[in-house]
Design a protein around this ligand. Structure first.
Ligand code: F6P
Length: 410
């Protein structure tokens, strides 16, 4: 018997992206869209996150459009709009009205804790069928991904966007070596990641020797230990330069405030109540220069990590997660999000390690203590092993010189 009708023909699936962009967002949209189309769904894109469901709505039809998933960021655009508003629930009625007006039957929300947490609340309160899809360069969503490191089971995380961003951080750090070396300097490199140190660890793959992460607060006493380690690492380095990677969310003892705190880029908070971090590298570089007596400069990886093309690992990863979305759609099992349950040594079998979790209980996952040596201010080998599932060490351009010193003639 010939197939004449597909299972969800006549139904519409809407996709939105919320929160900070990542290099894997378009790839995720493409992967979900193509699978949903095969199931018969008409696929709509909701522009600018939840904002696209407010007012008159801002919806586009993706069904028959070609879609380039290699191009980073999100062609649907993103925002940090909270569907519950800041002070009341008035936006919920607008969202419900628009879902009806546009006849959207199922919503796939690509986002982090905030976007997916809000989606789950809408599902519970209003009965909107939702499926979550993970994304973050910070890699701080509790996906419960088990990393088997020589028999030691560590609860890791892997979210689409992180592998591409980590590769960017490693590359950026690797490039800094030549300029740090030319001036025999210490470069303090600030890395995004909000309250978690996952992304900062990628700088170690690029040659950073010392690191600070938000999980380890740097008290007045701990600061002295840190300066000693910086000095030691600099003296030990064959070529007399050093790269120190610091998380933007590092909690650092600040003399003027007489307290341990993060450095804020501004006093604003977004609609989910998150402040903006930024500037810690400048503070630490100037303190290193005073304390250690070596010229230090601050640098920020910034959006270099978040922007640019989707790398190979992410491309494949979002595909296997999107297959799990198909599973959820077919079972009409809403309020859940696909995740990878354990890291596979062989990429060919990764798809068998996909699972789903309740998207209302994602929560944040800091860097596990197994990955960081807080005495040495250094990521452990176990973390390098973790990263090596997604990225390779960048090739360092080596130039080993040892020019003979010339003595004056008189
Ligand atoms: O959550 C992703 C992230 O890139 C964080 O690492 C960073 O703190 C924040 O977003 C920056 O957001 P924005 O670009 O909106 O300032």
């Amino acid at each position: 018997m010939a197939l004449t009708k597909r299972i969800f023909e006549g139904k519409t699936l809407g996709i939105l992206t919320g929160g900070g962009d990542t290099p894997a967002l378009n790839a995720s949209i493409e992967a979900i869209k193509s699978r949903a189309s095969v199931l018969g769904y008409k696929v709509y894109g909701i522009r600018k996150g939840w904002k696209g469901l407010l007012g008159d709505g801002d919806i586009v039809d993706l069904s028959l459009q070609p879609y380039d998933g290699s191009y980073g960021g999100t062609a649907l655009r993103s925002s940090r709009t909270n569907p519950f508003g800041v002070s009341d629930n008035s936006r919920v009625a607008e969202i419900m009205r628009n879902l009806k007006r546009y006849k959207i039957d199922v919503l796939v929300t690509i986002g982090g804790d905030d976007t997916n947490g809000a989606a789950k609340k809408l599902y519970e309160q209003e009965g909107i069928p939702v499926i979550g899809f993970p994304k973050t360069i910070d890699n701080d969503l509790k996906t419960k991904t088990i990393h088997n490191y020589n028999g030691q089971l560590i609860e890791g995380v892997v979210c689409p966007g992180f592998p591409s961003a980590a590769k960017g951080v490693a590359e950026f750090t690797n490039r800094l070596a030549t300029t740090a070396e030319s001036h025999s300097r210490i470069i303090v490199l600030e890395v995004m990641g909000r309250d978690a140190g996952w992304l900062t660890g990628a700088a170690m793959m690029g040659g950073a020797e010392v690191s600070l992460i938000p999980e380890i607060p740097i008290t007045k006493e701990k600061k002295e230990e840190f300066f000693d380690k910086v000095s030691e690492a600099y003296q030990r380095s064959k070529k007399h330069y050093l790269i120190v990677a610091v998380s933007e969310g590092t909690r650092w003892y600040q003399e003027k405030l007489d307290k341990v705190d993060v450095v804020y880029a501004s006093s604003e908070v977004d609609e989910y109540g998150h402040p903006r971090f930024g500037g810690i590298s400048g503070v630490i570089a100037s303190e290193i220069e005073k304390k250690v007596g070596i010229q230090a400069r601050a640098q920020n990886v910034g959006y270099y990590a978040r922007s640019g093309e989707c790398r190979n690992y992410d491309k494949k990863f979002v595909g296997v997660l999107a297959d799990k979305v198909v599973d959820l759609l077919l079972r009409e099992d809403y309020g859940r999000m696909p995740v990878m349950s354990k890291l596979s040594t062989f990429q060919e079998i990764e798809e068998y390690h996909m699972d789903t979790i309740d998207m209302g209980k994602i929560g944040n996952q800091p860097l596990p203590f197994e990955y960081f040596d807080k005495k040495e201010f250094h990521f452990n080998e176990s973390y390098i092993d973790f990263l090596s599932y997604f990225i390779e060490k960048p090739k360092s351009i080596r130039f080993d010189y040892n020019f003979p010193q010339v003595k004056p003639m008189f």
